[in-house]
Write a protein that binds this ligand. Structure first.
Ligand SMILES: [Zn+2]
Length: 186
């Protein structure tokens, strides 16, 4: 397959290992195979006053498992997400590429500096040790995450919560924060 790609940037590495992810969260598939496609998602929290940030969640999921998950999400939620993201994403990605911006610098929906968002997520489509650019990598800020969350059906939220609870036991301190992390898989 002819895909434009770059080496996976460090920001998409596993927080635990400091290296690219090697296993699918769901099925344990070996992701180091150069032919295996997978998605990496990471959730960060910024602390404006301390100029620090935490990685709250990070994982890689193979394309097969991701598709299985998407099938469980209601059609209506899927359409709402796509409608919400579609236009803004396209426009902002085109602009970011034209200006040769650093990846993950601005919210793909609102085009605001991601460093000013109290929480944000980043997403990349990888294959082996490469980040594919044909599926544009992006960052999405807290405001947009919340807006998406209001567009999801209860059953979709339950699926997402189920996925979250199955795989993650985050630091309880993070959950004590008034804005509980919200997982929006996109
Ligand atoms: Zn998998």
């Amino acid at each position: 397959m002819d895909s434009k790609s770059i080496d996976i940037p460090e920001i998409l590495f596993s927080y635990n290992t400091g290296a690219p992810f090697t296993q699918c969260l769901e099925c344990d598939k070996d992701l180091t195979e150069p032919t295996v496609d997978y998605f990496v998602e990471k959730v960060f929290r910024n602390y404006q006053d301390h100029k620090a940030q935490d990685v709250i969640i990070d994982y890689a999921i193979c394309v097969t498992c991701a598709q299985k998950f998407y099938q469980k999400i209601s059609q209506e939620s899927m359409q709402n997400i796509q409608q919400y993201l579609g236009k803004a994403m396209e426009k902002n990605m085109r602009r970011a590429m034209a200006q040769n911006e650093e990846l993950f610098e601005r919210c793909v929906v609102h085009d605001t500096a991601i460093s000013e968002s109290e929480e944000y997520q980043i997403f990349g489509h990888c294959r082996g040790t490469k980040l594919l650019l044909n599926t544009p990598p992006y960052a999405i800020g807290w405001k947009a995450i919340n807006e998406i969350s209001t567009k999801l059906s209860q059953s979709t939220k339950d699926e997402m919560d189920g996925f979250f609870n199955k795989h993650f036991t985050p630091d309880p301190d993070l959950f004590a924060h008034p804005t509980k992390p919200k997982l929006v898989l996109i």
